[in-house]
Design a protein around this ligand. Structure first.
Ligand SMILES: C[S@@+](CC[C@H](N)C(=O)[O-])C[C@H]1O[C@@H](n2cnc3c(N)ncnc32)[C@H](O)[C@@H]1O
Ligand SMILES: [Zn+2]
Length: 202
């Protein structure tokens, strides 16, 4: 069972806001064409962990910054490749949808260096293909608020395991985001099942 938990854990389950491609909602900003996105942020060593990504200019709120790229694997392929390799809590895998995982160990881009924070300044959004072609869904990282030059870009990985969070699991997935409100782990508490009998819902 432990193995299952770790296998699940290697998939990051972001608090993804799913939307359909082309359905540009809620007034997200597009920067003027002459400002290439790649000039707004840069990879360098991070106090949180390893490499991180940092703003090099002011980034406006609600701005689509970068796609999380990598090789597409089925969940079964990801299990075969990475089962038993996650004792460090290090992963470049990202759950795209119920069929596919993005593996940024291969063909990854700068997005794979963005670290997790309990109080992030960005979020991950899964943009669903309009025709339902699940291979063509995409993960986009966008800013939640204005980000000053020099700030590290972060989003909430939202990793949730299907079992109780033991001290061992919390240690493996320890969070070092350094925020005053850091909860100490990258894992989300297991959700309690809703007791529908209490509110009369059938
Ligand atoms: C997609 S990588 C991010 C890039 C990573 N810093 C690197 O240099 O490889 C995700 C991994 O980075 C580490 N990481 C990211 N955010 C972290 C955090 N807040 N605290 C501790 N480790 C973190 C974990 O090992 C996680 O599995
Ligand atoms: Zn934290």
């Amino acid at each position: 069972m432990q193995g299952d938990a770790i296998r699940n854990a290697i998939r990051r389950h972001p608090f993804a806001v799913n939307r359909v491609a082309g359905n540009r909602y809620d007034g997200r900003l597009s920067l003027p064409q002459f400002v290439p996105m790649s000039r707004l942020f840069k990879q360098r060593r991070s106090p949180i962990h390893g490499n991180g990504v940092f703003a090099v200019a002011t980034i406006p709120a609600k701005t689509e910054l970068v796609e999380y790229r990598g090789r597409l694997l089925t969940h079964a392929q990801a299990d075969r490749m990475y089962d038993g390799t996650t004792d460090t809590g290090h992963t470049f895998l990202f759950t795209l949808n119920e069929r596919y995982v993005i593996d940024a160990n291969f063909e990854g881009n700068v997005a794979r260096w963005i670290n997790h924070s309990c109080v992030p300044n960005c979020r991950a959004v899964v943009e669903e293909n309009q025709q339902g072609r699940r291979r063509e869904d995409r993960v986009l990282i966008e800013s939640l608020r204005e980000i000053a030059a020099g700030e590290e870009l972060t989003y909430d990985y939202g990793i949730s395991l299907g079992e109780r969070l033991t001290p061992r699991l919390k240690k493996i997935w320890e969070c070092r985001c350094g925020h005053a409100r850091c909860i100490g782990t990258m894992l989300k508490p297991k959700r309690k099942p809703v007791d529908r009998s209490k509110n009369g819902t059938t």
